[in-house]
Design a protein around this ligand. Structure first.
Ligand SMILES: [Fe+2]
Length: 244
């Protein structure tokens, strides 16, 4: 009974509103459409805000990588000059050309995103190339140990690049930019190929030769110690006189 009264009240209220033209069925529909439109607009705004934040992250990463690739051009030239084996020199030279191409590709991606190509200092790449410099300073010219260490330093660089390009490709796909993703994927594959080539050079040539170099070094040390015991080592010589 109470429910019927309530329904009547609601009907009366609706009728009253209809009579003064503020709540006609048409107006109610318009209001509902308005609500739908507002909701849709809010969703679009949310999506735009989301995609612009993601796009900002993406573009920041592009800037980072452009600095990294250009910085690597200089570093690879030095690594190529300081390497001993022809296979490693060639690998660095090839990757030097590839790196220039990667930088050009990044500039193209900036254009596709409607942005100016810009660099932002990449602390990670700076650190990795500093490590390569330290290796060059701490190892002997012409030694296989240096080549083995240069390969490790270069592979650290490649792994950083693989991680970054892999992430960029995924972000591009999330943003529905398949065109950008495919271009960046070419660079990702180049970096993976270089990493594999460096592994092959290390396993087939450089590391075994560095190991032999170590064995030869140990033999020489032993020879020196033996001769030092008899006459080369002043202390041993003095001891031998004292004991005579
Ligand atoms: Fe690269």
């Amino acid at each position: 009974m109470a429910k019927q009264v309530q329904n009547k009240k609601n009907t009366a209220a609706t009728t009253k509103k209809s009579s003064n033209g503020q709540a006609s069925p048409k107006s109610a529909n318009s209001r509902q459409t308005g609500i739908r439109r507002t909701t849709q607009k809010n969703n679009v705004q949310k999506e735009e805000a989301y995609s612009s934040k993601l796009e900002k992250l993406f573009v920041d990463m592009l800037k980072d990588m452009l600095w990294a690739e250009n910085h690597l051009v200089t570093a690879l030239q030095k690594m190529q000059q300081k390497a001993t084996t022809t296979a490693l020199q060639d690998a660095f030279e090839d990757h030097l050309f590839a790196t220039k191409k990667h930088a050009a590709r990044l500039e193209k991606v900036f254009g596709m995103m409607g942005k100016e190509a810009e660099e932002k200092k990449c602390d990670a790449m700076e650190g990795l190339t500093k490590e390569a410099d330290a290796i060059i300073n701490e190892t002997e010219d012409g030694s296989m140990t240096r080549d083995a260490a240069l390969i490790i330093a270069a592979q650290k660089v490649e792994h950083y690049e693989i991680a970054t390009y892999g992430s960029l490709v995924q972000l591009a796909r999330t943003m529905d930019r398949e065109d950008v993703a495919r271009l960046l994927e070419k660079t990702l594959w180049d970096e993976e190929d270089t990493d594999q080539l460096l592994t092959d050079i290390a396993e087939s040539d450089v590391n075994p030769m560095a190991d032999e170099e170590d064995a030869e070094g140990e033999d020489e040390d032993e020879d020196e110690e033996e001769s030092g015991e008899t006459m080369g080592n002043p202390r041993s010589y003095a001891d031998s006189i004292g004991n005579a």
